[in-house]
Design a protein around this ligand. Structure first.
Ligand SMILES: [Zn+2]
Ligand SMILES: [Zn+2]
Length: 146
């Protein structure tokens, strides 16, 4: 199944032909502000499974830490794709992350066929938001335990 996603104004469009991995809700402050929401529902995809259909040149990014790029549409501001470079601390600890993109699941059309499996960075959760499901909760990255 080829998944299609993009930004709100329609200028940025991408396709994913491969599995969504690490699907979960991230409550870190950067995700909350970038989404304008209580959390970012994110997934990782292999860069080799991802292709731009339109608007790649419109994508802007800012770095929330050195080498950690948060990509968004330069026209409408919708968050689209995040990526690490080799200078990022996370990329150095997790070299596999250099082969993946982080996707905002909400940017995908239709039902991607997977469901979020955890909450991460709950140590930074918005105080006004209550987690009411039974999914595992992690204080930081999901790999690092609760
Ligand atoms: Zn846009
Ligand atoms: Zn986050």
């Amino acid at each position: 199944m080829v998944l299609r996603g993009g930004c709100q104004c329609g200028a940025v469009v991408f396709e994913i032909d491969g599995p969504l991995m690490g699907v979960g809700h991230c409550h870190c402050g950067a995700c909350r502000r970038a989404q304008g929401a209580a959390f970012r529902t994110r997934a990782r995809v292999k860069r080799s499974d991802f292709r731009w259909v339109a608007g790649e040149g419109l994508v802007r990014s800012h770095q929330t830490s050195p080498g950690f790029h948060r990509g968004f549409c330069g026209q409408c501001g919708s968050p689209v794709v995040n990526w690490n470079t080799g200078e990022s601390e996370y990329g150095q600890r997790n070299p596999a992350s250099l082969e993946t993109y982080g996707i905002a699941v909400a940017s995908l059309e239709g039902d991607p066929g997977v469901r979020p499996g955890f909450h991460c960075f709950v140590a930074f959760k918005a105080p006004w938001f209550e987690i009411t499901d039974g999914l595992p909760q992690f204080a930081g990255y999901p790999e690092e335990g609760r």
